[in-house]
Structures are given as structure tokens and as C-alpha cells.
Write a protein that binds this ligand. Sequence first.
Ligand SMILES: Cc1cc2nc3c(=O)[nH]c(=O)nc-3n(C[C@H](O)[C@H](O)[C@H](O)COP(=O)(O)OP(=O)(O)OC[C@H]3O[C@@H](n4cnc5c(N)ncnc54)[C@H](O)[C@@H]3O)c2cc1C
Length: 386
Amino acid sequence: MDFSLNKYEDEFQSSLTNRLSKLLPQDWGDKSFIINNTDSEWKKIAKNVTNDLSKDRLLTQAWPEEYGGIGASHLKQAVFNHILSYINAPLNNMTGVNWIGPALMMYGNKEQKELYLPRIAEALDQWCLLYSEPTAGSDLASLQTRAVKNGDNYIINGQKIWASNAEDANFGLVAVRTNPDAPKHKGLSTLIVPMDSAGISINPIKDINGKESLNEVFFDNVQISSKNIVGEENRGWYQMASSLDYERSGIATFSTAKRNLEKLIDITKLIPEITENKKSYREDIANHWIEMNTGFNLAIKIPLLQDRGINPTYESSISKLYGTELTQKIAQTSIQLLGTHGQLKKNQGMFEVSEKYLAAIASTIAKGTSEIQRNTIARQGLGLPR
Ligand SMILES: Cc1cc2nc3c(=O)[nH]c(=O)nc-3n(C[C@H](O)[C@H](O)[C@H](O)COP(=O)(O)OP(=O)(O)OC[C@H]3O[C@@H](n4cnc5c(N)ncnc54)[C@H](O)[C@@H]3O)c2cc1C
């Protein structure tokens, strides 16, 4: 296998970069380092960029054509994602694209696939993922939200937490317990819920930076048609586990690492006094640069495997673990090096690292913690016993 990225990147980088330059503000190069994804300006740009790219179904290009893709290779999709992330292009439909779409493609019925997938591809709906609960995160099988069959409906009661962007979503995929008497892995199901259903309430949670992009979602006797069940009743655990394995190349993490390191190097050259008394900074940056390049090799392997019909499982965990831990290391080096320069808000030409440093803490928790990734690598990659 040839893992080098440049070989694939050159093919369509210029056309995509050209397209994005028409959608992004002229000063995006500088602004992209200081804007936050909860800012109204970010949201407005994200809507334009997402709508434009979704017109041609580019965010879902590796999906089959009948479900909203254009039949591109997984490799092409990964390189596309790399270019977007390297520019830090804002997007607002990624829960649908990365999580809900793959789950519906694997387990949805014909009607659900035909109805929802093209709408996700074309950014007509916003989705949220309603899996985690206050006492069920890594151990998702212990979730308590109940769905009780009542004629042609389910009545849902319970609480979800950490639901990203639920405030903007019109649909959610909720994990519920449909059989409380079965062993915990065997009584779960997933249901599609319109977020404007009577009995759903959303409560924003402030994150470590004081921003509101996470939510608690409460279900109080919410009535949902039983047609909205995804896959088989009580098989939800197995479905969730396998759809979480789907496309997790994690390439975007390394693209962001590259852009952040390049910015850090530029600032270091521009303001040499920040390096005074910081003897190890050259070594730190050089090490991160090597790690970033190693990471690209780990990430690009995943779409190459998928294009050969192999489902990557532990490979995705390696990429996720390595990438998110690198994100934290780069944030730490940046804050040590830039100090107070990196704490000034909206400091044009600078890299606002204090928020990035705090936000990086969540990266090794969201989408499965580092410990859970190590468990997957140990069991599925190395065949070690439980
Ligand atoms: C920014 C962000 C966005 C998120 N978005 C969503 C979303 O949109 N929808 C959603 O449903 N959820 C979302 N989550 C929740 C996320 O999936 C959970 O936080 C994550 O799975 C961990 O669960 P937990 O928080 O309950 O921690 P716990 O599972 O309680 O873990 C606590 C600690 O114990 C360790 N641990 C747990 N089990 C094991 C084990 N078996 N072996 C070794 N160590 C273990 C963990 O690694 C961790 O260090 C989001 C989280 C974050 C931070």
C-alpha cells in the first residue's frame, strides 16, 4: 500500500480550494485561528459552506448513489475531508454525515433509507445523537431511558446528556431500553425522533470554555411511531456497536494538527522573543511534526482498507487515540510557547490557544475515550483476552 497523501491530494485540491475560497471570507486564513464554532458568524459561514458542498453531495460522496452519495472511493472522501479540515472550513451537518447516515445505511429499512439519507446528504435536516446518559457513556448498555410499546407507538421517558448541537437539530437518533427484563445488552433499540415532538425538552450545558454546544435532552411521555424503530427491536446494542465502527479515519485530526503546527512555527519566527527561556520548544515542535506525519499514515490506511472491502475496527481506534492525544500535546506546547499572546481574544494574526487548550481536553472523551480505544486495540487488534 502507498500511504503517502500528496499522491492523492494533488488530483483535486486546487478545484476544491478554489470553490471554498468563494464561500469563505477573504480574511479566513487569519480568522480561522480565532473564530469559535459557537459564534454566530461561524454558524452563518458553516451553513453556506455546508449547503454549497451538499448540493453536489460532496460530504457524503463515498455513500452509494441511491442513498445520497456519488459512489466515490473512501480514499477520495478522506482526502476531501483532509483538505476541508486543513482550511478549517466550517461545517454544520457532521453528526448526520458521520454517525446517523452510516447507522441508517446499515440498519434502516428501505423506506427510512430512501427518506432520510438523501436529506442528510443534501443538508436538508440537522441530526443529533442521543445515546449517552448521566450514568451510561462508555458502558452504553446500562442506559435507562425506557420506550414502552403502546399500540402503534412507543412512549419514551428518560434523560440523555452531552447531545452535541441538539438545539439546532430537527431529528435525533435515540437509544432506549425496550426490554427491561432481558440481560442489559439484549433489551436496547434505537428510534428516530422528530425533535419537535411533544414532551421533548432541551437544556444547554456550558462547556469548559463557557460555550453552549452540548445539551441535556429530557423525554417526558414522548409518543413516537413504531415505524421509527431502526433495525430490529432489542438488537440495538449490536447495531450501535457496529455502526460506531463505521468510517473513523480520523484524518481531519491530523489535518488540523498540521495547520496548527504551521501557524505555531510562523508565529515563532515572527515573534522570536516568545521562545526566550523555552529551550525545549524546537524539540517539542519537531516531535509533534513527526507524530503528525505518522498520524497521516495511520489515518490514510483506513479508507484504503475500506476500498478493499475490509471493515477497519481497531485501525480506527489507533488513529482516534493517536490523533486526539496529539491534539492535546500540540495545545500544551502552543500554550507554553505563546503564553499571554495566545490568550488575547480576537487577536488577528495570532492563534487563540487558551480556548483550544481547554477544548482539547474533550477530544479524548468524545466518540469513545482513550481507555475504550485501548481496550478495542488490545482485544480486536492484538487478540488479548478480556
Ligand atoms: C465534546 C463531547 C461531545 C459529545 N457528544 C455526544 C453526542 O452528541 N451524543 C452522545 O450520545 N454522547 C456524546 N458525548 C458523550 C460521550 O460519548 C461520552 O462522554 C463518552 O462515551 C464517555 O462516557 P462518560 O462521559 O459517561 O464517561 P465514563 O464512561 O463514565 O468514563 C469515565 C472514565 O472511566 C474510564 N472507563 C470507563 N469504562 C472503562 C473501561 N471499560 N475500561 C477502562 N476505562 C474505562 C473512561 O475512559 C473515563 O476515563 C460527547 C462527549 C463530549 C466530551
